[in-house]
Every structure is written in C-alpha cells, then in structure tokens.
Design a protein. Structure first.
Length: 481
C-alpha cells in the first residue's frame, strides 16, 4: 500500500517531459518568427501558449556533437563526441560514453520512466573488415542506453520514407522496417506511448520523459509527402529564399579553408528549398497530432514540452548548404518551452541557451536533482525561465573540431549583439570573423579591422571562457602566437 502511494505521489508531483528536436531545423523556419515563408501552425500556436526563446545556440552545429552535449551536459572534448559518429571515427571512440551520467540516468534515478524515439546518432560503429564503405547506422545495446526504458530508435539513416528501428529489447539483427514517412510513423508510436493502453509502453505510476528526434527536415529533401508541397510548389525562388544573404552564384571561396562548410552545392537550394520547407510543415503537422493527444489525455497542464533542434540549415545563405559553420542559419535554433502549470504563456525571451545548459535546466525545472553530476559544462537556467531571476548568460561558445583532435579547429563566441570567431586551418593559419548581428542581421560584413574595440573585447571574453572551460584548443592557439 505504501509503495503504491509513493508511486502515485511521484506521478502527481512531477511533471512529464516531452522533448522534441527535429534535425536540421533553423530558428528562421518557425512561422511565428516571421523570417522564412513557412507554414507551421502548430509550432506557432505552441509559441503563443508558451515561451519562445530567441537565442538558443547550437554550439557545435552538427548532429552527433550536439546530441552528446544534450545528453551529458558536457562539451565535446569532455564527452568524446568530437565529430559526427561513423565507422571512420570508431578508432577515436567517438561515441556516447557508458560512464558519462546522462540526463536520462538522472531522470530515471528520480522516478521517471524515460523513452527515446527516432534518430540517435551517438555511436560510431566498427568498420567491416575488407569494406571501405563508411558506416553511419549503429545499434545501441540496452546497457548503453542510459536508463531509457522505452526504445524505438536507430543510429542514423536518410531513407525517410522507409525507416527502420530497433524496438525495446530487439537484438541487433532484429530490425523493424516500416513503409511510411518517418515523422508520421513516429508520431503514431508516441501517441500510443502517451495513451499507454494497458500500461504497455510505460509505467502508469511514474511521470514520463520522452525524447523524440525527428530526422526530417534533414536531407535528402526529396523524401517528403506530396501533400506538404502544396504550400510551396507555386512560389518562386525569390519568394522562398528571402534571406538577404542568399547567394546561389558564389563558390564561397573565402571559406575554402573550412572543411566543415559545404560549398559548391548551392544548386541544391534551388532544387530543394520547396522540399525542405514542405518537410518543416510536415513535421509541424505530426508534432501537432502529438500535442493534441497530450491535451485529450488530460496531460497538457503538467507536461513540459520543448521544441528545439540540433542545428540549422544554410540553404544558400553565404553560398553555403548544410550546417557546421558559425553563421546564424546554422547555430540559431528554435527553442519553445510550454508548461501551463508554471510558465506563463505568450512570452518572448532573449535568453542565451547553450546545448550544455539543457540538461541542468530541465533537471532543475522538474526538481530531479538527485545524482546531477558536479562536472557539467552547462548552467542551470531554470530560475530565469520560471521567475526571470538569476544570472543570465551573456554569451554562448562556438566549436568546430576535427575528428580525434580535441585541440583542433575553430572557436568563437556569440553574444546578444555579436559573433566573433577565430579559425585555425590545417596549416595553422589563423583567420578572424566579427559580425554585428543587430545592425547586420544577415552577417554580410566582416568587421575585423573595422571595429578594433569590439574585436579586442570579444577576443578577451572568448579566451577567458575557453580558459574557464579548460579547452585544449587554447594552449595550441597560444603556442601559435
């Protein structure tokens, strides 16, 4: 009797968590922000009912590094996920580490039933002897799932219309294949999880924490149901690619040194901007179905819903495609949080949120504090979100790191007003970039050499932050001077 009472008490007191992060979804592509000409009625409504945070930053705008920071609250050189996980990086152990206490571990320790649906992309599979093919997909054994009890996931793939999953106790060879657009199928799975008939998907006596990683609007963009294209198929490129920094003619030669930037493929922006935006609309519809179920099941009031993304998409801006660069299209991601019980709706907040902040913030929001590691790189922003009280971050760091080389690559800082980046290429040549994001929101003018005072101030702030974080890059940089 006392056990049942205790379980019921946990269920009643603790809020549920629904954390949704579509892949390659930039902040500009949320309709309520009035930037990209996209149709996202469900996200717009969520923004009106919750808090829209405008300065959420993907500190390392690439799938695996972001996910590593999200799960562990640690920076890439502290959690081993230095680059995208694939078989080429297996030798570097570029994977989610068993010994890293993760957000799911802490949630479970504090009485939660944790679930994961969709793309994981946090394990580098071993290469297959005799084959030179790079392997991206990877099975995640149960002992490496960090407490996630409900599991409906895969490593990574790009066949959105024919997804596959490892489900709960499935062995590596037991793969379930589905002939349906992955966001639609996953929404069905999550709706069933929320309804929880006969307590089959989760414990009925525990609050749940469900993480849903939707692969679209990640490429290949052509895999999108035709019905979502109706909003965009009759629009011209000028009506769709409305950002003032879109350049489909350049080779972005000034960025040739940066191996992370995807150049010379801007023809894809012309071919696929309609598909990309259609994917955004399709994902919005599926999120809407899930949110509708929360309401119908009487769970809306005490469920924290977060919508964000692991990184954005350049889509022709600055002559670039994809992500993994310091421009706003890549690093500025959506962040909408709704919790009717404690967060007042229809709020806009310019709070700077880093990926490493999410773990301590969510855990403190739900008072799941037993077992939070003391060595996190992120900050707890829960009091700011709840009461607008506390020390607000003045900046977020930017990273680009080469595989297996934590001291390598580029470092930068993004404040409310500026972006400042120092790059070091493979020949140890240093370059600097400085943008005034208030007066030059499309970052068209590099102010290096034109605003010495701002450059000096941000340079000092960046190095101070890197020193505090014990970044191995800093020693290399100082040795080059």
């Amino acid at each position: 009797m006392s056990c049942n009472s205790s379980s019921q008490k946990i269920k009643n007191e603790k809020p549920n968590i629904l954390f949704i992060f579509p892949d390659q979804f930039r902040n500009a592509a949320v309709g309520i922000n009035n930037q990209d000409p996209v149709y996202t009625p469900n996200l717009d409504q969520l923004g009106k009912e919750g808090m829209v945070i405008s300065n959420a930053i993907s500190n390392y705008p690439l799938c695996s590094p972001y996910r590593g920071m999200l799960m562990t609250g640690k920076l890439p050189y502290n959690n081993s996920v230095l680059s995208n996980s694939n078989s080429n990086r297996h030798k570097y152990n570029n994977s989610w580490q068993k010994e890293d206490v993760s957000i799911s571990d802490v949630l479970v320790k504090n009485g939660y039933d944790a679930g994961y649906v969709g793309k994981l992309h946090l394990t580098s599979p071993p290469p297959i002897q005799g084959k030179d093919t790079v392997l991206w997909d990877a099975y995640q054994p149960k002992e490496l799932r960090h407490g996630f009890n409900f599991w409906y996931a895969y490593g990574t793939f790009d066949q959105h219309n024919t997804p596959h999953y490892w489900i709960n106790n499935a062995k590596e060879e037991d793969i379930t294949y589905v002939n349906e657009w992955s966001p639609k199928h996953e929404a069905d799975v999550i709706i069933d999880y929320i309804k929880n008939p006969l307590a089959k998907t989760r414990s009925a006596n525990k609050p749940f924490a469900l993480f849903w990683s939707v692969n679209p609007p990640h490429p290949p963009y052509q895999y999108v149901p035709e019905k979502y294209l109706k909003y965009y198929k009759d629009k011209s490129l000028d009506e769709l690619l409305v950002r003032d920094n879109v350049d489909l003619d350049t080779d972005a030669e000034d960025l040739l040194f940066h191996s992370g930037a995807t150049r010379k493929r801007t023809h894809l922006a012309q071919e696929h901007v309609r598909n990309h935006f259609a994917m955004v609309t399709g994902v919005d519809e599926q999120i809407g179905r899930v949110l509708k179920t929360l309401k119908e099941e009487g769970l809306e009031e005490n469920t924290i819903v977060v919508i964000t993304s692991d990184h954005g998409e350049m889509m022709g801006s600055h002559g670039l495609m994809s992500k993994n660069v310091w421009f706003e299209e890549a690093i500025n991601v959506p962040f909408i949080i709704k919790w009717p019980k404690k967060i007042r709706g229809n709020q806009k907040n310019d709070l700077i949120v880093s990926a490493t902040d999410i773990m301590p913030t969510l855990l403190n929001l739900v008072e799941a504090t037993d077992g939070i590691p003391t060595n996190l790189d992120g900050k707890d922003l829960s009091s700011i979100i709840l009461t607008d009280k506390g020390d607000k971050p003045t900046s977020a760091l930017y990273y680009f790191i080469l595989e297996g080389q934590p001291e390598s690559g580029h470092r930068g800082i993004r404040t409310h007003k500026h972006t400042y980046v120092i790059t070091i290429d493979n020949k140890n040549v240093e370059r600097k970039f400085l943008y005034d994001n208030e007066n030059d929101s499309y970052q068209k003018t590099n102010l290096i050499g034109k605003d010495d005072a701002t450059e000096k101030r941000l340079h000092s702030e960046l190095l101070k932050n890197l020193e505090e974080k014990k970044d191995p890059w800093l020693e290399k940089y100082q040795n080059l001077k």
